[in-house]
Design a binder for this molecule. Structure first.
Ligand code: ZN
Length: 172
């Protein structure tokens, strides 16, 4: 699927919740499979449905080392539908992140270092999970996409923006 680039209205549109009846439809599973394939092809470690022009509250987080994130921890892809932040840490950490919808740039953003999340899995079953560290950061980044935001909205200083190739030379 085509990935929406910054400037597209869909990236500024709050996502709609998935209704219970949608879980029983094969179309949802097919969409999630295509979303995952799109993320993997782009060397992403997370993706949200609005990034493929579908403003529904679906995200995938899938940290793994790859050319874009050589130090990322390895995990099985996790699909979260209608995710809700129940609690997040007071303690915040600064880290660089990139976005498939903001090509060529990295931004240094302050985010909580853990988050408690309620969500539905791809079968429509209610789940809870605590995410920590870099995986929590991926979740919060994708959650931003579901409320019409990107990392650019968190930038407090232009010193916290870097061209991707400079970031790779310095940190990768
Ligand atoms: Zn993003």
């Amino acid at each position: 699927m085509k990935i929406a680039q910054i400037g597209e209205d869909v990236l500024r549109t709050p996502a709609k919740q998935i209704g219970q009846s949608e879980f029983e439809q094969k179309a949802l599973i097919t969409f999630i499979d295509e979303l995952l394939a799109t993320m993997l092809e782009a060397n992403g470690i997370g993706i949200a449905a609005p990034q493929v022009f579908d403003p529904r509250a679906i995200m995938i987080i899938a940290s793994r080392p790859n050319p874009r994130y050589p130090d990322a921890p390895d995990m099985q892809p996790l699909v979260l539908v209608n995710p809700l932040i129940k609690q997040s840490s007071e303690n915040k950490v600064w880290e660089w992140e990139g976005c498939l919808s903001v090509p060529g740039l990295r931004g240094r953003i302050e985010r909580p270092d853990w988050v408690d999340v309620a969500y539905f899995d791809r079968e429509g079953k209610a789940q809870n999970i605590k995410l920590e560290g870099f995986v929590a950061r991926i979740f919060l980044h994708e959650f931003d996409h579901l409320i019409g935001k990107t990392w650019l909205d968190h930038i407090t200083s232009t010193e916290n923006i870097m061209a991707n190739e400079v970031w790779v030379a310095k940190y990768a």
